[in-house]
Design a protein around this ligand. Structure first.
Ligand SMILES: CC(C)(C)c1nc(N2CCN(c3ncccn3)CC2)c2cc(C(N)=O)c(N)nc2n1
Length: 327
């Protein structure tokens, strides 16, 4: 096979493998067997080894970096990653709603999202290709953990459209992976992680991406930092577009027409929390219309247009056996 033929075959294999990866890790609905996936990956690796000049950043072979980093570079977020105000009871939610209605002088509709208990991160795509991933850090300066975030299989290395966009989300470790990891660590005489959030943060702070790649991390994306040429007018439209771009958003988000619907949603998830495959520590409530978000603006460190309803601390995640028994 010559260079040009190889280029066509590699392009086709890349496209197929990225699609299979998206079906498996983001849709949880694979269209091919693991065997077929592995066969195609082996074919791609062989061809890339023969034609190294044809390896691209968005190739599925480039998920796990080779060498560990010496250190993490610092990254300045063009658009700061803010904090969130908190609400601890129904009255405080109603106060938040009243301030939002007074601040806009209009009725306000909301989007409610599960508050994933993980590590806030930012992904930057340029013309559709993942170029950088960073931790939130102090909101202004974070750490470049691109190589580790690339190992999260549900993060596409290329979007379905060539957007230049910076997206925020929460990287997390599913409960079952957390329990299995801690069992392995205890069997090895290592210190177990206290909770899935610490396990996710600890995994993403590894300098060797091969370690992060084994930690079965996942991500839900929930916000936009900057977006060249954005046309969206509401947060809910943004979430729908992120999904269309091939990004993983949490399926439980909901538009709420008023604060009573928000309160119903919050109450429903207090009950349903143990059924989730991942830990949450509350519900995030956001004003849906972007022009109303703009009008409300920010306090010194957090938006006036969003708040986090915090659940009381959950009892510790029980042993794997209990979980298996309860399944
Ligand atoms: C974009 C805004 C600011 C409204 C926003 N900010 C969030 N957070 C800020 C505080 N963060 C933070 N992290 C560490 C230290 C201080 N603050 C952690 C992310 C959100 C977190 C989640 C989630 N966890 O599922 C979510 N669905 N939506 C969010 N939306």
């Amino acid at each position: 096979m010559n260079h040009n033929e190889a280029e066509e075959v590699i392009k086709d294999l890349r496209k197929k493998l990225n699609q299979y990866n998206y079906e498996y890790h983001t849709l949880d609905n694979p269209s091919v067997s693991d065997y077929e996936y592995d066969q195609k990956m082996r074919e791609l690796l062989d061809l890339e080894a023969q034609f190294p000049a044809l390896v691209t950043a968005d190739s599925p072979s480039q998920r796990v970096g080779d060498e560990p980093l010496e250190a993490f570079q610092k990254v300045r977020h063009n658009v700061p990653m803010l904090s969130l105000g908190n609400a601890f009871n129904e009255q405080e939610l109603r106060d938040f709603d009243r301030r939002a209605r007074q601040g806009t002088g209009e009725d306000v509709t909301y989007v409610c999202e599960l508050k994933i208990d993980g590590l806030a991160v930012s992904l930057r795509y340029e013309e559709g290709v993942l170029v950088r991933g960073a931790t939130r850090g102090d909101g202004t300066v974070g750490e470049d953990i691109t190589k580790n975030l690339r190992t999260i299989r549900s993060i596409p290395l290329r979007l379905q459209q060539p957007e230049t966009i910076e997206i925020r989300g929460e990287a997390f470790m599913p409960k079952k992976s957390f329990l299995a990891l801690n069992e392995a660590r205890e069997n090895n005489g290592d210190e177990p992680f206290a909770n899935p959030r610490n396990a996710a943060a600890g995994s993403l702070r590894q300098l060797d991406p091969k370690i992060a790649a084994k930690r079965n991390l996942d991500i839900f994306l929930y916000g936009v930092g900057e977006w060249q040429g954005e046309t969206k007018r509401s947060h809910s439209e943004r979430l729908e577009e992120l999904k269309n771009l091939g990004l993983k958003t949490n399926p439980e988000w909901k538009k709420c027409n008023d604060i009573d619907e928000v309160i119903d949603y919050v109450h429903s998830w207090v009950e349903r929390r143990p059924d989730l495959d991942y830990e949450i520590d509350g519900i995030v409530i956001k004003v849906d219309r972007l022009d109303q978000q703009e009008a409300l603006g920010f306090t010194a460190k957090s938006p006036r247009w969003a708040t986090a309803y915090k659940f009381p601390a959950e009892e510790a995640v029980t042993k794997l056996t209990d979980i298996e028994l309860s399944v």
